[in-house]
Design a protein around this ligand. Structure first.
Ligand SMILES: *Cc1c(COP(=O)(O)O)cnc(C)c1O
Length: 441
């Protein structure tokens, strides 16, 4: 992390004058459609700190949306990227081959749940991985339909936008949407309508049997914890029942672990919390250590069902991104970041639970280093998005970078780098706790 002082330092207003100047320029050059959480311009980042152009050191509790789990300048990533960039930047894996691609595939075949024979295909983005998981599932089953859940987020491309639940901002004005995407409720313990795993599963099975046709379903695609949708942790037992139903009915069970995967929730993959062995696992975000890399890992017979030439992409599994991934995976495994994520959860969750006594905090949830606070109108479940925004703003102004999320935009989510220094983490949580007390009062 190239010697960045791991301490929160607020030198100016945030955003400071230099960031504000640059942001004004951005607005003249970049379309307004790109949203912004905090308009500061970054000079350096590493460990648990983001340094902006005004010299402020912000504590990073967002990881560029769950990407930089190993920090934004992990020495193992940086070293391998430097070396690979000097050798060659690109060949296109469909034209000529290189070891990095196969090394990443082998690592994911080894690390993903289940000891069956697997294959891994690499791509660049999470959405691309999900799209390919759907293509592969359709090729394997010869069926058209795809089942997704309430609160789901699977990406912004045409197909994955249809799979994503939330209208604003992801789908608004962008239709028409891809056909044969069917949405079912999840088991949402806080909001329902099916809080209970058995009831939610009964509804799931009923919709597939009576509305879609079980033998028309190629894949059920599920996030083990709904990410953008609000860190909704399904009631225990729901996803194992869904996976079992898929197995009984020849449906490919796809775990979208783009946000939850690779140590984030305290295990290498979030489905491991319930002993689920998915047929196909999608990874991205933390995989590339900050470079764009995604993967679809699945049972060999499923993955190999696609005709030769059916999978690929110009940049799929770019060699520099693969080098970065090998560095990131080395850090995740050698430094046991899954255990570190569990420690982060054990350290932070009790402090969040104290906040749950405030009437404005409707729910506290998450696993490992994927934690959330949901804000509501006092005592009930009516979403309070302005409150989440105010808490985020207070944190930002005090040098703590937090993100919001949720179907109702009323959730503060924490995704700290798994390598974050604990003193720094405690300091950032102090600021968050202070923010919640101020705003909720
Ligand atoms: C971020 C995300 C995606 C999309 O990934 P991109 O790299 O932004 O295309 C898909 N699924 C989940 C669960 C995600 O969190």
């Amino acid at each position: 992390m190239t010697g960045i002082e791991q301490r929160r330092i607020v030198r100016t207003e945030i955003p400071g004058p230099l960031s504000r100047e640059r942001h004004a320029r951005r607005q003249r050059e970049v379309p307004a459609g790109f949203g912004i959480t905090l308009p500061i311009f970054v000079e350096r980042a590493g460990g648990g700190i983001v340094v902006d152009v005004d010299g402020n050191h912000l504590v990073d509790l967002g990881c560029g949306i769950a990407v930089t789990s190993v920090g934004a300048s992990d020495p193992r990533v940086v070293e391998r990227v430097r070396e690979q960039a000097g050798l060659f930047t690109h060949t296109c894996f469909m034209v000529t081959e290189y070891d990095g691609f196969v090394d990443v595939a082998a690592a994911l075949n080894r690390l993903t749940p289940g000891d069956h024979e697997k294959r891994t295909a690499l791509f660049s983005t999470g959405a691309e991985a999900v799209e390919n998981a759907v293509k592969i599932s359709r090729a394997y089953t010869g069926r058209p339909a795809v089942v997704v859940f309430d609160h789901a987020y699977h990406g912004r491309t045409s197909l994955t936008m249809a799979m994503t639940a939330k209208q604003m901002p992801y789908k608004h004005t962008f239709g028409p949407f891809s056909p044969e995407i069917h949405r079912v409720p999840t088991a949402d313990p806080f909001r329902g309508p099916y809080a209970d795993a058995e009831e939610a599963f009964a509804r799931f099975a009923d919709v597939l049997r009576t509305q879609i046709g079980v033998d028309r379903v190629a894949a059920v695609v599920a996030e083990p914890i709904a990410g953008e949708g609000g860190f909704v942790v399904p009631a225990l037992g729901f996803l194992p029942r869904v996976a079992e139903f898929c197995r009984e009915n020849g449906i490919v069970f796809v775990a979208d672990e783009v946000q939850t995967g690779l140590a984030r929730t305290g295990t290498m993959f979030a489905v491991e919390h319930e002993g689920i062995v998915p047929d196909v696992v999608c990874t991205a975000k933390a995989l590339g250590g900050g470079l764009p890399l995604s993967a679809v890992t699945g049972r060999a017979e499923i993955m190999d069902s696609v005709h030769v030439g059916g999978l690929g992409g110009t940049y799929a599994g770019n060699p520099i991104a693969c080098a970065a991934a090998l560095g990131a995976l080395e850090t995740i495994e050698r430094d046991n970041l899954a255990a570190r994520a569990a420690e982060i959860g054990a350290r932070v969750l009790p402090r969040l639970h104290e906040l749950a006594e405030l009437p404005a905090v409707g729910d506290v949830r998450g696993r490992g280093a994927m934690l959330a606070l949901e804000f509501v109108e006092a005592g009930g479940t009516t979403p309070a998005p302005a409150m989440a925004a105010a808490v985020a703003r207070y944190c930002h102004e005090h040098g703590v970078l937090v993100l919001t999320c949720g179907t109702y935009s009323n959730v503060i989510r924490l995704l700290p780098p798994l390598v974050i220094d604990f003193t720094l983490l405690d300091d950032a949580v102090d600021v968050l706790v202070e923010a919640v007390h101020k705003v909720a009062a």
